[in-house]
Structures are given as structure tokens and as C-alpha cells.
Design a protein around this ligand. Structure first.
Ligand SMILES: Cc1cc2nc3c(=O)[nH]c(=O)nc-3n(C[C@H](O)[C@H](O)[C@H](O)COP(=O)(O)OP(=O)(O)OC[C@H]3O[C@@H](n4cnc5c(N)ncnc54)[C@H](O)[C@@H]3O)c2cc1C
Length: 304
């Protein structure tokens, strides 16, 4: 199933998806499939698998995304980050993904490595990857990233939006946002994008807060704003991990309900390979937005 087609079928309700990263060990992969079995019960529309910048997880990403698609019955999307790759390498990767039956790709630039000289790269921006995918002859459905609060490297939001439009014009079918905690950023971003003729669906990316220190690290890296009310609430619970989790889940449920009620086409959950928070949030959302498809039959009931 192509994700853009699913997003277009609004009568089927919002599109829910979970993002996973490829574990480093076989044991990690086994645990991840247990997590997937938990998440499968919520009938996600797709699962996506991240790609390490510069190809650091290349084999593990391809293996995991292929297994998810083949073994679980859940639709799968491969992330692909082009920085540090040659055109030939990317063409070979596209051939492998297509041969494995993958239909969906998230086309990304990736982040430059922090130390040492940058490795040679035939790509500077994700738009060049989108162009290559379209030229490759494969009929992938192509997603791309966007940033409601602006990308951290581009201080001028107008210019950042112009770059996004140029990327979408290369043949992007849908967008997934960077994480955010204040829905005002999402709605303002979608309004500005529509004004600039960006017409494709914009799926909000939500990361439930499960750990105060971790969220501080993530927001520092990506520049997302944590609303002051939430900062204060987190501060009060800093030494109580259970209370932080409760707050994070409650905030994400409130955020998702508001996003969906006001027209967001679905929610992409950054799960960090853990199910408890995502499970509680989507279970709550499913009361209002029941699944149209039965849960993936190959996985449900496999986890203990
Ligand atoms: C949903 C989502 C999933 C992600 N998954 C991964 C992953 O699996 N692996 C990974 O490594 N990273 C991932 N990332 C992170 C992403 O790679 C970084 O945020 C990266 O810094 C930018 O990637 P991009 O694809 O948005 O780049 P681009 O669209 O290329 O934009 C990057 C910057 O370049 C600027 N720019 C674009 N075009 C031009 C131009 N023509 N001239 C000048 N400037 C330009 C933009 O304004 C922006 O500041 C993900 C991000 C999101 C939101």
C-alpha cells in the first residue's frame, strides 16, 4: 500500500504510524519484534525504519524494513538519508528496496557528521534525492521531512519554506514533521505551506515525553520548543520517572486529539523502539477513531 493513497482515503479515519530504529544486536531485534507485536494490536497503517546518516545502519535498515513488511503484514517505509552517498550507491539501494517489495520511502538529507572532514557526497539536499528517486524508474511513494519551527540550519523561515516547496516540487507525495509540543507551530506551518502552494498532506510527528533528560537532549538537537507550562510540570516531577511518563502520555493524548479534531491527516509517533507510551496514547485515540482494518494477523498474540 502506498502511504499517500492511504492518506487520501479520509473515510478510513486518521493514519497512525510508528517510527522504529534498527537495533545493533540480534537480541535487540528480538525485543523489537515483541514491541511490534504490542503495537500491531493497535492496527497501525504503517511502520517506518530510520537510516543512520552516512549509511551507518544501511544493512540493518534494509533488513529490518524488509522483515517488517514480509513477516508482520504491517506496511513498512524505509528512511533513506543521502548525505555521504554517491549517486551509484543510492541507485543500488533503491533497486534493493524495490526488489524487496518496499513501496514507500522517506527521502532525507541526514545530518552532517560532527567531527572530521565531511565524506564525499553526490548530494547536498534531500530534494536531490527526491529527484533521483523519481528518475530511477521505480514507482515509490515518497515522503519527506519538514519542520514546523523551521529547520535548525536555516534562520530565515521564508527561505526554509521556499526550500521545502522546491523539494516537494521534485515529486514528494507527503510530509512528516519534526517533533513539536505546541500545536500552534503545526497549524501555523501548515497555513504558511498552503499559502506557498505546498499541497501534499502534512503528517504531524509526535514524541511522547517519557524521560525529562532525554527530551532536553532531543529538543536541544532539533530546536523544538517545550511550552513553559510543560517545562514547569516536568521540573516538578524531575525525580519521579513514573510521574514524568504520566505527564508525557497525558500531554501527547491532548496534543493528538486537538491535531486530529482540527484536520491533521494522522499522527506519526516517534517511539524510540518502546511501546508503553505509544500504546496508551493510540489506545485512547482508537476510542474515537476505530481501526478499519483488522490488526496485523501475523503478529497479534506473539508477544508474551
Ligand atoms: C520525520 C523525520 C524523519 C527523519 N529520519 C531520519 C533518518 O532516518 N536518518 C537521518 O539521518 N536523519 C533523519 N531525520 C533528520 C534529518 O536528516 C535532519 O533533520 C537533516 O538535518 C535535514 O534533513 P532534510 O531531509 O529535511 O534536509 P533538506 O530538505 O535537504 O533540508 C536541510 C537544510 O537545507 C536547507 N536547504 C534545502 N534545500 C536547499 C537549497 N537548495 N539551498 C540551500 N539550502 C537548502 C533547508 O532549508 C534546511 O535548512 C529525520 C527528520 C524527520 C523530520
Amino acid at each position: 500500500m502506498k502511504i499517500a493513497e492511504r492518506l487520501g482515503r479520509v473515510e478510513r479515519g486518521p493514519c497512525f504510524s510508528f517510527e522504529l530504529f534498527p537495533p545493533k544486536s540480534d537480541d535487540g531485534v528480538r525485543q523489537l519484534f515483541e514491541t511490534l507485536a504490542e503495537l500491531a494490536a493497535l492496527s497501525p497503517d504503517f511502520v517506518s525504519v530510520t537510516y543512520g546518516a552516512g549509511g551507518t545502519t544501511r544493512e540493518r535498515t534494509i533488513e529490518l524494513v524488509t522483515r517488517v513488511k514480509r513477516e508482520t503484514g504491517i506496511e513498512a517505509m524505509a528512511h533513506l538519508a543521502c548525505l555521504g552517498h554517491t549517486e551509484e550507491e543510492i541507485r543500488a539501494l533503491l533497486d534493493r528496496l524495490a526488489a524487496a517489495g518496499l513501496e514507500n520511502l522517506l527521502a532525507l538529507r541526514g545530518d552532517p557528521q560532527r567531527e572530521g572532514p565531511p565524506p564525499p557526497s553526490d548530494f547536498r539536499h534531500a530534494s536531490e534525492l527526491v529527484r533521483l528517486v523519481r528518475k530511477s524508474g521505480h514507482a515509490f511513494c515518497v515522503g519527506a521531512a519538514c519542520y514546523p519551527e523551521g529547520h535548525i540550519e536555516c534562520a530565515d523561515r521564508g527561505r526554509d519554506m521556499a526550500h521545502l516547496l522546491a523539494k516537494v516540487d521534485q515529486g514528494v507525495d507527503f510530509l512528516v514533521t519534526q517533533l513539536f509540543f505546541d500545536n500552534a507551530f503545526y497549524f501555523d506551518f501548515v497555513r504558511r505551506a498552503r499559502e506557498r502552494r505546498v499541497r501534499v498532506p502534512v503528517v504531524p510527528g509526535i514524541m511522547p515525553i517519557t524521560n525529562a533528560a532525554q527530551i532536553e537532549r532531543f529538543t536541544r538537537l532539533c530546536g523544538a520548543t517545550v511550552p513553559m507550562r510543560l517545562v514547569l510540570e516536568l521540573e516538578r516531577r524531575r525525580d519521579d520517572p513514573e510521574a514524568v511518563l504520566e505527564l508525557g502520555v497525558a500531554h501527547a493524548i491532548e496534543q493528538c486529539k486537538d491535531l486530529l479534531a482540527r484536520g491533521a491527516p494522522g499522527i506519526h509517533f516517534y517511539t524510540l523502539n518502546r511501546s508503553p507510551a505509544a500504546k496508551r496514547i493510540v489506545s485512547e485515540l482508537r476510542k474515537e477513531y476505530p481501526a478499519h482494518e483488522p490488526a496485523a494477523p501475523k503478529l497479534v498474540g506473539r508477544a508474551g
